[in-house]
Design a protein around this ligand. Structure first.
Ligand code: PLP
Length: 416
C-alpha cells in the first residue's frame, strides 16, 4: 500500500508526511497508520526543533532576569503569545493566557470567573455533546455557588436539538459553554448563532476550541465569544501547550486563578496586588519551551493555510464516511462532512470497540476506543463505548482504505 499517493484537497500530503518523524516508524512489521489525532496530534520536525533549540540555546526563565538568555526567553515566549492571538483573530496578545490546554483553561474560567460571579439559581447552559472537561468544572462551580446546570439535548443524528433553546437559554443563564467541534460525534455546532443567542439574554459564551481551533479557521473578533479554550497538543504543538482567549475587560475584572510568583504587582503581609493581564493569570514558572513549540506549530499551520487544512479534512472525512458506510459500520454523528470534523465514532458489526482497536493495532493502525470523555454522548446513544478514527493534515485516503480492510478482518474474527 502506498500511503503517499495523494495531493488531497488542497494539501500536498506526501510532503507534509515527510515532516513527521513518527510516521516513518513501524508497528511490528506494519507501517504506522495514526488515526487518533483527536486525542493528540503528531508533531512535525519544525516543532520538535523549536523546542529543542530553546533548551539548547536560550533556556532561562521568562519575565525574570535581565541577562541575555532571559531576555531571549522572554521575547520568544511573548512572540508565541502574539502568534496565538493572531492565529485566532485577536488583535491583542494580552487576551491570551497561556495554559496547559483546554482543561486548564476551562478550570481557570470556572474558578476565576464563575465562583466570583455566580449566585444561587443562576444557570449555566451546556450541551450533551460536551467533553467531560466542559462539564465537570461547571458541576464543581455549581456545587460551590448554588448555580444550576442545564443541557441542550442531541438529535438522533448527532446534532444539537435547538427546538427548545428558548426555554433553556433565558435571563437566568449566565454562561453558555459549548464545544466548537465534538470530539466524539465530530459535530460542528452553529457556534456563531449560539454566541449571539447567549448575548441576547445577557449571558457570556465560552467556546471549547480543543477540536475546533486545530481544524477550522477561527476568528474570535467575528465570533464574538467571551472565552475560547485552546489545546496546543492537538494542533501539532507540544503537550502542555495551549491557552485561554478571553475578552480583555473580562480578564481585567476576573480574580487570579493560581497565586504565586510573577502574577503579583506587590505583596504585603496580609494582601497582594495583581500584575497586569495576562500575567495576573500566569503564576510560577510557565511552560515556556512548550508555548514556543506551539508558536512553531502555528507557523506550520499558517504556511499550509487553515482553509486548506479544513478542505483536506472535509475531503478525507467524506471518503471515510462513504467507505465505513459501504461496509456497514454504524456511524454516530452527522453524515455530511460539511457540518462535521474528522473525528468519526462508529461500531462495526457487534465487535466491541476495544476488541476492534486491539485487532487494528496488529495491523499498525492506531484508533481510539472508549467513551472519549463523553459519557453523556454514550448514554444518549445507548452504547458503553465507540471506536473512533480521527484525521489530520498527514492522513491519506489510502490509510482510510487500510482501516476499512482491517475492519473486515476484525469482523471475521469477532463479528456475529
Ligand atoms: N474538549 C474537547 C472537545 C476535547 O476533545 C478535549 C481533549 O480531547 C478536551 C476538551 C480536553 O483537552 P486537553 O486534554 O487538551 O485539556
Amino acid at each position: 500500500m502506498s500511503v503517499t499517493r495523494e495531493r488531497s484537497g488542497a494539501l500536498d500530503v506526501a510532503r507534509i508526511r515527510a515532516d513527521f518523524p513518527v510516521l516513518e516508524r513501524t508497528v511490528g512489521d506494519k507501517p504506522l497508520i495514526y488515526l487518533d489525532s483527536a486525542a493528540t496530534s503528531q508533531k512535525p520536525r519544525q516543532v520538535i526543533q523549536a523546542e529543542a533549540d530553546f533548551y539548547a540555546h536560550h533556556n532561562a526563565n521568562a519575565h525574570r532576569g535581565i541577562y541575555l538568555l532571559a531576555e531571549e526567553a522572554t521575547a520568544m515566549y511573548e512572540e508565541a503569545r502574539a502568534k496565538l492571538a493572531r492565529f485566532i483573530g485577536s488583535p491583542d496578545p494580552a487576551t491570551i493566557v497561556f495554559t496547559r490546554g483546554t482543561t486548564e483553561s476551562t478550570n481557570l474560567v470556572a474558578y476565576a470567573w464563575a465562583r466570583r460571579e455566580l449566585r444561587e439559581g443562576d444557570e449555566i447552559l451546556l450541551t450533551e455533546m460536551e467533553h467531560h472537561s466542559n462539564i465537570v468544572p461547571w458541576q464543581l462551580a455549581a456545587r460551590d455557588t448554588g448555580a444550576v446546570l442545564r443541557y441542550i439535548p442531541l438529535t438522533d443524528d448527532g446534532l444539537l436539538d435547538l427546538s427548545e433553546l428558548e426555554t433553556l437559554l433565558t435571563e437566568r443563564t449566565r454562561l453558555l459553554a459549548v464545544t466548537g467541534m465534538s470530539n466524539s460525534l465530530g459535530t460542528l455546532p452553529p457556534i456563531k448563532e449560539l454566541v449571539e443567542a447567549a448575548h441576547a439574554v445577557g449571558a457570556l459564551a465560552l467556546v471549547d476550541g480543543a477540536q475546533l481551533v486545530p481544524h477550522v479557521p477561527v476568528d474570535v473578533t467575528e465570533l464574538d465569544c467571551d472565552f475560547l479554550t485552546i489545546s496546543g497538543h492537538k494542533m501539532l504543538g507540544p503537550t502542555a501547550s495551549g491557552g485561554l482567549y478571553a475578552k480583555r475587560e473580562l480578564l481585567e475584572r476576573m480574580d487570579p486563578f493560581l497565586g504565586g510568583g510573577h502574577m503579583i504587582e506587590e505583596v504585603f503581609h496580609d494582601r497582594s496586588t495583581w500584575n497586569e493581564v495576562p500575567f495576573k493569570f500566569e503564576a510560577g514558572t510557565m511552560n515556556i519551551a512548550q508555548e514556543i513549540g506551539l508558536g512553531a506549530a502555528i507557523d506550520y499551520l499558517e504556511a499550509l493555510g487553515m482553509d486548506n487544512v479544513r478542505a483536506h479534512e472535509v475531503h478525507i472525512t467524506e471518503h471515510a464516511l462513504r467507505r465505513l458506510q459501504e461496509v456497514g459500520a454504524r456511524i454516530f454523528g452527522p453524515l455530511d462532512a460539511e457540518v462535521r470534523g474528522g473525528a468519526i465514532s462508529f461500531w462495526y458489526k457487534d465487535v466491541h470497540p476495544h476488541d476492534l482497536a486491539t485487532i487494528l493495532n496488529e495491523e499498525g493502525i492506531a484508533i481510539r476506543a472508549g467513551h472519549h470523555c463523553s459519557q453523556l454522548v454514550m448514554r444518549r446513544y445507548g452504547v458503553p463505548a465507540t471506536a473512533r478514527a480521527s484525521f489530520y493534515v498527514y492522513n491519506t485516503d489510502d490509510e482510510v482504505d487500510a482501516l476499512v480492510e482491517a475492519l473486515a478482518k476484525a469482523g471475521d474474527v469477532f463479528g456475529s
